[in-house]
Design a protein. Structure first.
Length: 270
């Protein structure tokens, strides 16, 4: 199958330097991440379309905080994501605000695809305001600093010159490159401890304090939880996998009536 998609903006901007960092205060936000959508997890895709049609209506701002896709090789190869783009546009047309952030797998998502979804691309590390509190938003992988090897790989992938070079390659060349990178990551993953794949408290706290926030919300680790520390709270968004027969799961993070972020694990199954 030949992948097609949007025409990339000219002049081409590297996704790592794209995205807004400021926005109007939020009223009823919902935070989703780590859907890891691909052609292989149809139930998860359907589950997220169900979420957009039903649950998402209870909120006013939808944040997709990274790894919505298992991989992303450029907005000009976005055709498989068309059903999702259409559903997001429909949701946005109800007067909802939609924000899209890059994760570590879909780090090449750019402003062209965000616009196509009726969304705005939002930069990792953006601060939002809700119920009078400042909330730091991130995918979270940048704080997994015990994993030197991963951080080195991340630095390479987030290099502006590299991204521009990659987006100028043909789609076929990029597919080949992504497959090799994925195989390499699978090979090394087994050697990593559980601790190495979690965020480091000091790294998170440093950014939370520098940006004067009361809360931080992130994904990436697939360990949904709400932590209360002395000076801030940290809420980890659940990952989704409805194709996993043994442990089908989905969920999101909302702001509860007390103005605190809260994990919602959804019990609804198909
Ligand atoms: Mn991730």
């Amino acid at each position: 199958m030949k992948l097609t998609g949007l025409k990339l903006s000219e002049p081409l901007k590297a996704p790592c330097v794209s995205g807004i960092t400021e926005m109007a205060p939020l009223s009823r936000p919902v935070f989703v991440s780590d859907l890891h959508l691909s052609g292989r997890n149809k139930k998860t895709v359907l589950g997220f379309l169900w979420f957009l049609k039903t649950q998402a209506k209870n909120y006013d701002e939808l944040f997709l905080l990274g790894d919505i896709f298992e991989y992303w090789i450029g907005d000009d190869a976005s055709s498989p994501a068309e059903p999702l783009a259409r559903a997001l546009r429909k949701y946005a047309s109800l007067g909802k605000r939609v924000y899209l952030m890059q994760g570590n797998r879909d780090f090449l998502i750019g402003e062209d695809f965000a616009r196509h979804c009726g969304a705005e691309l939002v930069a990792d590390g953006t601060v939002v305001e809700c119920s009078g509190k400042r909330i730091l938003l991130s995918h979270g992988d940048k704080w997994c600093t015990l994993d030197d090897e991963y951080q080195e790989f991340r630095r390479q992938m987030h290099d502006e010159a590299f991204q521009l070079m990659a987006l100028r390659m043909t789609v076929e060349e990029r597919i080949d490159f992504a497959k090799k990178a994925r195989a390499q990551s699978k090979k090394t993953k087994t050697e990593r401890s559980r601790e190495m794949m979690d965020v480091v408290y000091d790294e998170v706290a440093c950014e939370v304090f520098a940006k004067n926030c009361a809360h931080v919300i992130h994904g990436h680790t697939h360990r949904p939880a709400h932590y209360v520390y002395d000076n801030f709270t940290r809420t980890v968004i659940p990952d989704w996998d409805l194709d996993d027969k043994n442990r089908p799961r989905k969920g999101w993070v909302e702001i509860n009536s007390a103005g605190e972020p809260q994990v919602v694990l959804s019990e609804h199954f198909f």
